[in-house]
Write a new protein. Structure first.
Length: 247
């Protein structure tokens, strides 16, 4: 892949991924394999993807804030419990072999494809929010942080499911909390990759510029309908990439 075309592809993949990540999740299932196919080893692709995710979430949070969405301090409290897990997951990700990382990534993407077509209960009917989600919620935050630090792909679905179940709040608020939580645990995880020289800043910033635009548009549009087509497109893309990773 020539350098110029590589960057153009990563920009547009990043834009679509940023859009997906804000209103649902799964964007890293596109950007991470794209970075691998662009020539990065799995650990460097994993680290580089964190730049795009961090800047994407800043953009999405800013867009939500412009629409007067509240709750940053509450999300920050939840995010604290993900940080130890994220650091441990990032360290584990660097130590695992290239072959095993690709196999795990492929299995995860197939699992996400299956989950996309399972009927899920959306919390849009809830007008309130559980203020004390309980011990199991905070334990789940630790393990979600570990998964996010390790591989990140599909963590949005997992995190949304946890927030749906324990907080029983609106979809908009869940999406906002998700962006804040991922941003907070992403910072120490990204530092682990930087300190181990597993970040390509050029490709990361190109991907991030696309992610930021997609995230801003998705948050501004406040997408609540019309996700069926995107589910099919995402499912097809992930299946193709999963097959490629296995080959």
């Amino acid at each position: 892949m020539e350098q110029f075309s590589k960057e153009i592809i990563l920009f547009f993949v990043g834009a679509f991924a940023g859009f997906l990540n804000v209103f649902a999740g799964g964007g890293s299932a596109l950007t991470l394999p794209a970075l691998i196919f662009a020539g990065l080893d799995t650990a460097t692709a994993n680290g580089t993807n964190r730049i795009a995710l961090a800047l994407q979430n800043i953009s999405g949070i800013s867009s939500f804030k412009n629409q007067k969405v509240q709750g940053f301090n509450i999300a920050l409290k939840y995010a604290v419990f993900t940080i130890p897990g994220a650091i441990a997951g990032a360290i584990f990700s660097i130590q695992i072999t290239h072959e095993w990382f690709e196999r795990i990534l492929a299995v995860v993407m197939v699992g996400i494809v299956i989950s996309l077509f399972k009927k899920q209960k959306h919390p849009g009917d809830y007008d309130s929010e559980v203020n004390n989600p309980g011990l199991f919620f905070y334990i789940s935050m630790f393990f979600i942080g570990f998964y996010g630090g390790f591989i990140q792909v599909g963590v949005g679905f997992i995190l949304m499911a946890a927030l749906f179940h324990f907080l029983q709040t609106s979809l908009m608020r869940v999406n906002y909390y998700k962006l804040v939580i991922v941003l907070i645990y992403m910072i120490p995880a990204l530092l682990v990759f930087i300190l181990n020289d597993k970040v390509n800043w050029t490709l990361g910033l190109v991907t991030a510029s696309g992610n930021m635009i997609g995230a801003w548009i998705a948050a501004k549009a406040n997408v609540k309908k019309g996700d069926t087509l995107i589910r099919y497109i995402l499912a097809l893309a992930m299946l193709i990439m999963a097959i490629k990773l296995f080959i």
